[in-house]
Design a protein around this ligand. Structure first.
Ligand code: AMO
Length: 446
């Protein structure tokens, strides 16, 4: 028979075991597993079905004579991706990939897959175009490699929360509908806010600075929105930013916090994601802290020695960063510090001795920027002066500037792009795979 299997309700059926728990059952125990079909091998009268759930995978073996004919008939029509429950007997089996398998007694198919997915589930990296996968992202996310990446992401986020809480940081959420820009270079998405124009927040920058007045150390993990007109493999229109801000600290304190945070995250992933690391090609970077630090001047000198066409005060282009990373053999995390004040946003503090430089840093991974941070200006007049120099409309920032009349402490912080951080530690080449539902200039769905 090769038709569509009747779809039924769960009714009273509930999962008794996750797939990975089958191996600790006794021979002939009756179990119910629930999940979806990740692969089917058909040898005529013998069928092997892999059933996957959120913990792992188990093998169901249906052989004529061993299981009811009605179940065998259902299995003959089963398609990969269908969602189902299998009630069966456990058979301990050395040869089975997980040491035990299930001989089915009854099957409930909840939802049949109508189509074959246009990509392989098991492949480590997919050769299918990214767009085809993203168009069917919910199914794409069933692929093993993406399962590993998003489980690693989960550890990354929980270990960051754990680390920052221990360091005395309070988790906050700041408005995402805002009145003014904060990050000069990046374009804003305008929105309608009742009868006024407003914008989606590019960064929680000004709010996190303000919150150092009352809470000293704060962090936020939330979306940032940037109208990026370019199509690169490292820009999204909506990204997740891990922002920190701390009182009574400067940029060297912020760098130390960031490198310790990275160390802690890598350590937690090593401890918690053994399965993901063993079953994929992911090789976590090994780091030692303190991370290497290069000043902007050192990078520029090195570029000039290589006849790159750069001038003091220029931003360092992606091509120049590639050149530097390969010339200095920088294939892991390092800092570039003390950037020219002229190319940093208005809130970044110029160096008190050399005004042209700023107390700032970027955290890099090879040629990829992962984070920026700095000491911030905490005096109103200085801030107004910097805003004026950058041609900003000072009146529009009135809501922010008035806070500076009430004793804001010296403060510093950084913002880490979550997707870029995940790319760097998992070796992803395209940022879109580090986001569940990426947004870019061409993509607003799914
Ligand atoms: P910056 O603009 O450098 O700094 O952003 C911080 C980090 O956010 C990530 N990021 C992005 N990731 C994907 N797509 C994008 N379009 C994108 N834009 C930024 C990067 C980047 O390093 N307020 C400061 C941070 C601070 O000083 O605290 C800021 O937003 O990884």
């Amino acid at each position: 028979m090769n038709g569509i299997i009747e779809e039924v309700e769960m009714d009273q059926w509930r999962r008794t075991h996750f797939s990975s728990e089958i191996r600790s059952c006794s021979e002939n125990d009756t179990v119910i597993v629930m999940g979806w079909v990740s692969s089917i091998r058909d040898h005529g009268n013998l069928h092997f079905i892999q059933v996957k759930d959120r913990i792992g995978e188990t093998q169901v073996v249906a052989k004529k004579g061993d299981c009811p004919d009605s179940v065998l008939e259902q299995i003959q029509s089963l398609k990969e991706h269908s969602s189902l429950a299998v009630k069966g007997r456990v058979r301990l089996q050395q040869k089975s990939p997980t040491g035990a398998e299930i001989v089915p007694v009854e099957l409930k198919v909840f939802s049949n897959a109508r189509n074959a997915a246009p990509f392989m589930l098991q492949g480590k990296r997919s050769s299918i175009g990214l767009d085809i996968r993203l168009d069917l992202r919910a199914v794409d996310l069933r692929r093993n490699i993406l399962q590993s990446i998003f489980r690693i992401r989960h550890t990354l986020l929980s270990s960051i929360r754990e680390f920052l809480a221990k360091e005395g940081f309070l988790e906050v959420n700041t408005p995402k509908m805002i009145a003014t820009a904060t990050e000069g270079g990046a374009a804003l998405f305008p929105i309608f806010y009742y009868d006024r124009e407003a914008f989606l927040a590019q960064s929680p920058q000004l709010y996190k600075e303000q919150l150092t007045m009352s809470f000293e150390n704060v962090y936020e993990i939330g979306p940032i929105f940037r109208a990026e007109p370019s199509r690169t493999n490292r820009h999204l229109s909506e990204a997740i930013s891990i922002d920190t801000e701390m009182a009574f600290a400067d940029y060297s304190d912020a760098m130390q916090l960031l490198e310790r945070l990275i160390f802690h995250v890598l350590d937690s992933i090593r401890k918690n994601n053994n399965d993901e690391l063993n079953s994929s090609e992911i090789v976590l970077p090994n780091i030692k802290i303190p991370l290497p630090r290069y000043s902007y001047d050192q990078i520029l000198e090195s570029l000039m020695e290589s006849d790159e066409n750069v001038r003091y005060g220029d931003d360092i282009s992606p091509q120049a960063l590639k050149l530097i990373a390969s010339k200095l053999n920088l294939n892991s995390f390092y800092f570039i510090t003390d950037w020219p004040a002229s190319i940093k946003p208005f809130y970044v503090k110029p160096n008190s001795k050399f005004e042209a430089k700023s107390e700032s840093f970027d955290l890099m991974f090879g040629p990829l920027e992962i984070s920026s941070g700095s000491t911030r200006i905490n005096r109103k007049l200085e801030l107004v002066e910097r805003m004026r120099k950058q041609g900003l409309n000072i009146q529009k920032f009135d809501y922010h500037l008035k806070v500076f009349d009430y004793g804001i402490p010296p403060h510093a912080g950084f913002g880490v792009g979550l997707e870029r951080f995940l790319m760097s530690i998992t070796g992803l080449e395209n940022i879109r795979d580090a986001s569940l539902y990426p947004r870019d200039i061409d993509r607003l769905a799914p």
